[in-house]
Write a protein that binds this ligand. Sequence first.
Ligand SMILES: Cc1ncc(C[n+]2csc(CCOP(=O)(O)OP(=O)(O)O)c2C)c(N)n1
Ligand SMILES: CC(=O)[C@@H](O)[C@H](O)COP(=O)(O)O
Ligand SMILES: [Mg+2]
Length: 655
Amino acid sequence: MNAPTGDGPATSPRPKTPLLDRVRVPADLRNFSVEQLRQLATELRAETVSAVSVTGGHLGASLGVIELTLAIHAVFDTPRDRLIWDVGHQCYPHKILTGRRERIRTLRQGGGLSGFTKRAESEYDPFGAGHSSTSISAGLGMAVARDLKRARGIADDRQVIAVIGDGSMSAGMAYEAMNNAGALRSKLVVILNDNDMSIAPPVGAMSAYLSRLLSSQSFLNLRDVAAKMARRFPRGLERTARRAEEFARGILTGGTLFEELGFYYVGPIDGHNLDHLLPVLRNVREADDLGPILVHAITKKGKGYAPAERSADKLHAVSRFNVITGEQVKPPPGPPSYTKVFANALIDEAERDPAIVAVTAAMPTGTGLDLFGKRFPDRCFDVGIAEQHAVTFAAGLAAEGIKPFCAIYSTFLQRAYDQVMHDVVLQHLPVRFALDRAGLVGADGSTHAGSFDLAYLGCLPGIVLMAPADEVELTHAVATAAAIDDQPSALRYPRGDGVGLTIPQHGEVLPIGRGRVLREGGRVAILSLGTRLADALAAAEELATRGLPATVADARFAKPLDTALIEQLARHHEVLITIEEGSVGGFAAAVMQHLAWKGLLDRGLRLRPMVLPDRFIDQDTQPRQLATAGLTAKDIVTTVLQTLGQDAALTAVAG
Ligand SMILES: Cc1ncc(C[n+]2csc(CCOP(=O)(O)OP(=O)(O)O)c2C)c(N)n1
Ligand SMILES: CC(=O)[C@@H](O)[C@H](O)COP(=O)(O)O
Ligand SMILES: [Mg+2]
């Protein structure tokens, strides 16, 4: 399929989908013939392309699992059988088939469908995701729960199916789960969706192993599949015969790694061929004495949509686009993104310091390290989706005098928290963490929001924690981190573009733990951490017009605190507002703790900590998320006026 019939630009008519129109839930397709399912695959693909063309989102992965999605829902009794999608970014066709088609053009929009699987959204999403490599663990838990209920005499024969991509197979959790599954022997179906792609081309020995599995033989043909699976061994058959079969299966399929882990391996099979998928899955469904089963399905990311197939990243994630040409709607040109500023600043530092290296966990483009890797191919390490390893690998580098910058999204560093604490911070190793996507991230929603790093890093003794306020400050923060050689450091910056300042050629090393005052005022002080500074300054402008000139300070560091600056603000103002794009327990908590011990809260200072609310914020545009969180300039003004009891003035703000 090049372009679904009838589709044009984002606003063009929808594709004709007569069969899909008959499917509201998976039960509606279970009596379809294979021929009908093939037709349904064409329609589902067209509908997926059409929907994502108006919403943007993770297109390539969804297109790669169209046939797999149909086959699973045709063979298994979802939602009674539990279907778990790893990461969940490939779940759009699944959502279309599971009662959410009418809302599919609200994907990733405020108030709309999540871009990932979500328990609260549908009974067909038994386990939510967004972060990778959790599906086998969750699936095993569900399978064992079933077995435990059965042992208590509760009838439960549901199947559990986990679909995991080859990229996600690189994470430790997937192996921990397989290791446990092989020992527990509970019936669990793992489908390895192998498209030989992560976001970037996959890396590592596991990826090479999977490629060898495929290149050493073609797909298992249907006769082999049928023979092998229909001929499941009756109980009591000679052990030697069973061994012989296992040996033959190993040779035929080469899936020995999985078999050594205790999985019954089937594959590799063509994940786009319903004639293969359906009988394999039916056999897998019926097998009840094989323990965990791994079906190795070979698919193509972006399958069936020419612009996706020919693009280097298979259109992993897109903005809105024209269906005919594949051309994406580009935002109007603006200042460079924080990601790019970080990458350029790091390259600049690395030009002058050969000890600097960079580490990414499967996010070279997202973190800007693709640029670093082009300039310094031998000094850039993509370790695959393996944040825990990335951190301890960086610790090892640092222990030997290399200067690693470990660039990981704030949300994904959560997975490596023990490594941060135990392997880096406790040993005072000068690993530099560059936390991209700090704060609210927009369409990816709550799974990807970088809300917690100020809290989870700020509580660790001996780390330097920076939150630059703009792109110039980010350049300085990179230079500062490069210069910190005797302790760990981290800098956090948000998704999106800078504010448009002229970026210096080289960053300056900042004095550690010192903030700056940008504006002097009277009764009110606003102490901002990070990129909320622009709104703090805008609020001060507004307050000045109301006869309330405010002091505005940029803390620059969440740790160590600029205690002199904080005390001075507390002593000389009636109202102190702190603002940060981070959760409860972050910068404001540290400021309050300090002021409390100094006794500066004992004499009437009115302190208002403005932080993210204590709940998860769903997908929306970033500006609307900030408004939902109450962290805009207007919210600052309102907070100040309320705090001063100037309620009458509030009406004017609301207007
Ligand atoms: C813990 C974690 N790290 C990184 C990511 C970012 N990420 C999302 S999808 C993806 C690639 C996944 O590759 P694969 O599992 O093969 O799925 P495909 O997109 O190829 O279908 C990455 C790195 C993530 N979601 N979770
Ligand atoms: C599914 C996933 O985890 C990534 O694709 C993520 O959506 C990337 O986010 P950015 O678009 O902010 O790079
Ligand atoms: Mg993949």
